[in-house]
Structure formats: C-alpha cells, structure tokens
Design a protein around this ligand. Structure first.
Ligand code: AMP
Length: 216
C-alpha cells in the first residue's frame, strides 16, 4: 500500500490533475465526506487527509509514504529525513511582511526601533529579520494574522499573500516580499527504498506531468 498525505483545500484541489496524470483518481470528495482515509481507483494507493502543518510529520515518521506540502510549512517544520524530489509548482503564493496603511515601516526599520511582528511563521520571520539586522519581537499566532496590526497587537505581520485581496480588505499593505512559495512533493526515505517500484512510478508520473527531471 502507498499512502499519500494531503491537506484539504488548495493543495488537494491542485494535486488532483497531477494524480490524474499518474493514473490515480480519488474516489471521495474531501469537502463532503467525513472520512480521513480516501480510497483511489488504484487499490494499492490511498490518500490520508491531514492538517497542512502535519504533512511533514506524517511523512517523516512513515505515517504516509509521500506527501504534498508548502515550502512555508517545510521551512517552519524542518525537513529532516525527507526527500524533496519535486517542486510541484502548485498552491503558489508568497510570504510577505505587511503593515497597517499609514504605518511608516521604512522609518521604523531605519530608526532601529524594535518591531512587534505577529506570525504563524516564526522561524521564517526570525531568519528574515535577522538577515536584515532588524530587531523584532515575534508573536506567535495560529490564524487571522491580519487582525494583529488592526488591534495594536503588532506593528507588522508575516503571512502568505496570493492575490493581496485579504490584505486590501483589512487595510493592510505589503511592504516586503520574503520569498516565493509553492508546494513540494516530500518522500519518506525508507519507504522509497522498500517500495521503490510503485513509489518511483508515482514520482516519475508527477515529474512527467510537470516536465521536469527528478532529483532522486
Ligand atoms: P489572498 O487574499 O489571495 O492574498 O490570500 C491570502 C490568504 O489566503 C491569507 O490568509 C493566506 O494565509 C491564505 N493563502 C494564500 N495563498 C495560500 C497558499 N498557497 N496556501 C495556504 N494559504 C494561502
């Protein structure tokens, strides 16, 4: 059995065409079923639905053989024990710094004042501000980062931005782009050795669909 860990929403939806290219069709709709393990048209392949931030953990410890997760999640979680053979170029967005409209970010940075930054991405934010030599107090949040500058909890946020509509709707402006984000295929190293043929078939089919060479 090959187990693929996916999260519901954007990643699941954008993975379906890649699975189809690999000849795999998921038999349930994750938005309507309450099942967490979904069968596919291939008896030897199943999909497990996990929280996006849990995908690396499932694959690392062998709860899943493969998974698909954002570069943001991998950078926050660390990627020990995981092969990352493919950038799937899906769920594309960027991770950026945003502030309230009218907040003079450039001046705050230039003056060397300590910035209060709220984010779910503490590791990425710490690394980014350290590389710029900007002193920050990081406040860990688990959701709705946009609220933090509006309520005075923080001066700035570090969050994912796609169209920018969420920022705009909350009177926030993007002031720095930290990095581009897309989703990666991650593979359990032991599973790749033990189930080489079926795992390779899936990895190669994904690579063929993307028309890029794999690195394992
Ligand atoms: P947008 O309004 O299109 O800029 O989308 C921003 C909102 O969607 C923020 O709340 C982000 O956390 C979330 N978001 C955007 N892109 C992604 C992505 N690729 N994966 C997960 N969440 C995302």
């Amino acid at each position: 059995m090959i187990t693929l860990a996916l999260s519901k929403g954007r990643i699941f939806d954008e993975t379906l065409p890649l699975l189809k290219a690999a000849g795999i069709e998921v038999l349930d709709d994750p938005e309507t079923t309450r099942k967490l393990i979904l069968a596919t048209n291939q008896p030897q392949v199943r999909v497990v639905l996990v929280r996006a931030s849990d995908v690396p953990t499932y694959v690392q410890y062998g709860g899943a053989d493969l998974g698909i997760t954002g570069k943001d999640t991998l950078l926050e979680h660390g990627s020990q024990g995981l092969y990352q053979p493919l950038d799937l170029q899906i769920a594309k967005c960027r991770i950026s710094v945003a502030v309230r409209e009218g907040f003079d970010y450039a001046a705050a940075v230039q003056q060397g004042s300590r910035l209060r930054v709220a984010t779910k991405y503490v590791a990425i934010a710490r690394e980014f501000f350290a590389s710029k030599g900007v002193h920050v107090d990081l406040i860990k949040l688990y959701g709705s980062m946009e609220l933090a500058p509006l309520t005075g909890l923080a001066d700035a946020i570090v969050d994912l931005v796609s169209t920018g509509n969420t920022l705009k709707a909350n009177h926030l402006v993007e002031v720095e782009r930290i990095m581009d984000i897309s989703s990666r295929l991650v593979v359990n190293q032991a599973a790749l050795k033990l189930k080489q043929q079926p795992m390779r078939a899936i990895i190669d089919a994904f690579a063929a669909a993307l028309k890029t060479p794999t690195s394992v």
